[in-house]
Design a protein around this ligand. Sequence first.
Ligand code: PSU
Ligand code: MN
Length: 299
Amino acid sequence: MIISNEVQKALKNNKPVVALESTIISHGMPYPKNVQTAYAVEEVIRDHGAVPATIGIIDGEPVIGMSHEQIEEFGKRKGVKKTSRRDLPIIFANKEWGATTVAATMILANMAGIEVFVTGGVGGAHRGAEKNFDISADLEELGKTNVTVVSAGVKAILDLNLTLEILETKGVPILSYGTNEFADFYTRHSGILMENVVNSPIEVAKIIKAKRDNKLDGGILVANPIPEEFAMDTKVINGAIEKALKMADEAHVKGKDITPFLLKTIVELTGGDSLESNIKLVLNNAALGAEIAKELCNL
Ligand code: PSU
Ligand code: MN
């Protein structure tokens, strides 16, 4: 893999590094907001004293710490493949461009020695998963790969209760940040009460270290709710989600295309409001992720 000089240097000197995914760029947001957001997220991480490492696969080679030019290319290039764990060997062998999902980014971050990863929302069990088995590989990865993922919980397009049950089965600690209500991406109010609440980056860092010291393999999910001022109206977002799910069903969207389809449709149905919330919550996660990475370096 190719690790940028800056990221290499930071890792060598025990300086904080935060991993970032690229599916959110290529399949999660429209151009040019996707690229602008990717830059802004990196800037927030730098402002908080950590080094950002945006991860993607270029011509079959994993890149840890993409340049602005590479990020721009990921943002507008056609045919970049959404790449999860199962896709990695194919993308490598065929020397293709791959935008890494949470699962694939965790794998590559872990290989590079990066312990903290920031995204918007992780994948989960889709509604109806008890019948159709549509469960994101992100959950499997959280069960086995030693990376802490800071996200705004999981999106209400999914079945939240089912997702939380699976994470429990896989032994994934979920740390709810600053509130006991599980973050559901666009709002702070899923109505699901959580057992483990943390209120500071150092608390999270201590839990990561305890897991590492005790050789308990697997990830940690930090559920960081969107700040109230950027949250969407529950009725508006739930209406858009219901409609988008119906449209996906009617258009027979399947498999890996479902999440990108729903995200895009919800943006259209909310006149772009959901995209603004999405951007704000990622920036909010970036600040927290950088602080956690810093505390972890100090322990
Ligand atoms: N949730 C978002 N934005 C995203 C994704 C999820 O709010 O861009 C992307 C992430 O890369 C995540 C992937 O890992 O979708 C999950 O897709 P699937 O359900 O097909 O595993
Ligand atoms: Mn799926």
